[in-house]
Design a protein around this ligand. Structure first.
Ligand SMILES: Nc1ncnc2c1ncn2[C@@H]1O[C@H](COP(=O)(O)OP(=O)(O)OP(=O)(O)O)[C@@H](O)[C@H]1O
Ligand SMILES: [Mg+2]
Length: 275
């Protein structure tokens, strides 16, 4: 019998009864889930269902009103510089448009090196070698590394953001609509890259998306959110094959396709209103 490291059988991320209120409005309502090392969890739901708010709480960009986030066995709650660094070491976030998170004056290679200096100090030569390795890992040329953010395409910038996050070797990557702004062929390339990185590094994903086709491709399990609450959870394939909640059925039937049935969508909407 081989011993399994406790780190591989324990969730790397546990979210327990997370709630976020903005004034009287409840944006996130009692959300709980686990993420195992190397796993990929989708968060789906229509606009305003609380997906981004949940992601931002995970990354420490928003404080929960109540509930806890446990990362690598430790409850994360403080917001001091030390707390933020500890959290960032384990969990990184990728946004829909990473443009705003790049300093326009730094080359891509410099931007990738920046957080590494903070989290994994080494000699300049070691760092340069690591940056080249990361560029290669995400499919960017060294020429792209010498470019400024504004000179890259959206897909290249998203690769650069992924490289920068990976430089810290986090255990969890939270991706919020990370491919939503890219055209479909670039989307497919980034999704393939993310699949490969997960296999190669054992990193785990929380993948926020309103796009069920994308979620089907990139996640093993998923939660469906509506009005801040989790209305359905399980294996992604299972949820998409036989959705149990009327809201999930509505989401599924709302995807435009050659045999798109608008009558069915209207029936789903009525069923949901009765729910
Ligand atoms: N800082 C804030 N102050 C007040 N209300 C907020 C704030 N941030 C989010 N909300 C509200 O919380 C709800 C959930 O927002 P959130 O951005 O989490 O939704 P989402 O599921 O990510 O939607 P989308 O698919 O459009 O990105 C929305 O009604 C939003 O208006
Ligand atoms: Mg959002």
């Amino acid at each position: 019998m081989t011993a399994t490291s406790p780190d591989l059988i324990r969730p790397v991320l546990t979210v327990t009864s997370l709630t976020k209120k903005f004034g009287d409005f409840i944006a996130v309502d009692d959300v709980s889930f686990d993420l195992m090392p190397g796993a990929s969890l989708g968060i789906v739901g229509e606009s305003g269902s609380g997906k981004t708010t949940t992601a931002r709480i995970l990354a420490g960009l928003e404080r929960p009103t109540s509930g806890t986030v446990t990362l690598a066995g430790e409850v994360v709650e403080g917001h001091s510089r030390g707390d933020r660094l500890r959290r960032a070491r384990q969990l990184q976030m990728i946004f829909q448009d990473p443009y705003g998170s790049f300093d326009p004056r730094l080359t891509i290679a410099q931007a990738i090196a920046e957080p590494m200096k903070l989290h994994a100090p080494g000699s300049t030569r070691e760092q340069r070698a690591r940056v080249n390795e990361l560029l290669d890992q995400v499919g960017l040329s060294s020429r792209a590394g010498e470019s400024l953010p504004r000179d890259l395409s959206g897909g290249q910038r998203q690769r650069a953001a992924i490289a920068r996050a990976l430089g810290i070797a986090p255990r969890v990557l939270v991706l919020d609509e990370a491919v939503a702004a890219l055209d479909v062929s670039i989307q497919a390339q980034i999704l393939t890259l993310l699949d490969r990185l997960r296999r190669d590094t054992g990193i785990a994903y929380v993948f926020v998306s309103h796009d069920l086709a994308v979620v089907r491709h990139i996640t093993d399990t998923a939660i469906v959110m509506r009005h801040g609450r989790v209305v359905e959870r399980g294996e992604t394939e299972q949820i998409l094959r036989s959705p149990q909640h009327p809201y999930t059925r509505l989401l599924l039937h709302s995807i435009p396709s050659p045999d798109w049935d608008l009558e069915q969508v209207a029936r789903d909407r009525r069923a949901l209103d009765r729910h």
